[in-house]
Design a protein around this ligand. Sequence first.
Ligand code: SF4
Length: 424
Amino acid sequence: MSCVEPRPTANLPRAPEPIPAGRRNGAAVKREAVTPGPLHLPGASPVAPLMRSPEYVQISTAAAITLGVVGGRMHRCGCTRCLNLLLTYPEGCRANCAYCGLARHREARRDYADRNFIRVDWPSLRLDDIIERVATAGSKTPFHRMCISMITHPRAEADTFEVLQRWTARIPQSVVPVSILSNPTTMTGADVTRLADLGAEIFTVALDAATPDIFERTRGKGVGSPHSWTKYWEILADAARIFGPGRFGAHIIVGMGETEQDVMELVQRLVDLGGHSHMFCFYPERGSLMDHLPATPRDQWRRVQLARYLVDYRGVRVEQMRFDDYGRIAEFGIPADELDAIVAEGIAFRTSGCPGKERPDVSACDRPYGDSPPSDVASYPFQPGSVDLKRIRHQLGRARAGERYEPGEDLEVDDARASREDQR
Ligand code: SF4
């Protein structure tokens, strides 16, 4: 057991700065009304062009590199396997979640299309150009999954239906299946049914907060945001009923003040409903209302990653685990040699999310460095190698006899070699 003390439970967001009237609701973008071209790179112009979904969507920098629309290279990743299509509007997301780079309060300084999100820039492109590129690649596409990422906006449902229809008209689910990252606040059960009928394979709900209190504090009334824990669970229940077992999931961010036991009880609740949990390590996103807070300590994160994998994929139940007085995982509920074998496989420490084409417990959603810098990887976007596993064991307090980890060893792994391994 680590001697690191649990982090304080009150990880309070800072207060947002006032938003000048001339910048509210995308006013600057609408006033300038710059005609968009085929590609907008965040920060490339003084005011973002006037772009709206469904004609335009945003994609992560990793996806833009993989699609070949921008240059660049990702540390130890040949490409990303997941193409997230993030809805975009001049008004942006009307919610104000404290940990999120897309939150409403950021309109004080940045146009929506220019905001960083999960640590990276999100270029904007024409939806039809993206679909054309993926359709042309056919079965050779590097993408294992596409995910339509909704935001809180009055047009979000209608445009999600439209994006899904345009995609499935050109790209068979057998080539690139579709997930929906939903926005429950503005959705009904009928919307969930329609998405299933239109061909979405998996439906996910970004609960993000592990408890109702943290939800309220980080994405509810505490920050002037419209979301409610109850409504999110209503839509999750709809997803369980309409999409069925193994075809729905929930996002959870670890390290916003909850205990490890809180997270694991939530993970078990989701599994008992027939779903999966998709874990993110809290990272203080630049410009967010939680950018002054520390990232989740790695020992805490590794324990939760490992325990979640055991519950989601190895049939272990939270009741078999033991927690200490601080709610930290003290025992994982299986014999030490079995646990060491699972740690050595490394899969538990990869990004978690909707499955790709490799195997059911390997996520397509690899989000390279979305929750940490490459120098201190939280969720591995590739199969951890021997030096990574040494670091992981060190962080878990499970180093092998005589094993020593030198900080930075994993950073010296040759990118080209790692990239070749990633392609296999
Ligand atoms: S609803 Fe989603 S995109 Fe909007 S601020 Fe909250 S987390 Fe960010």
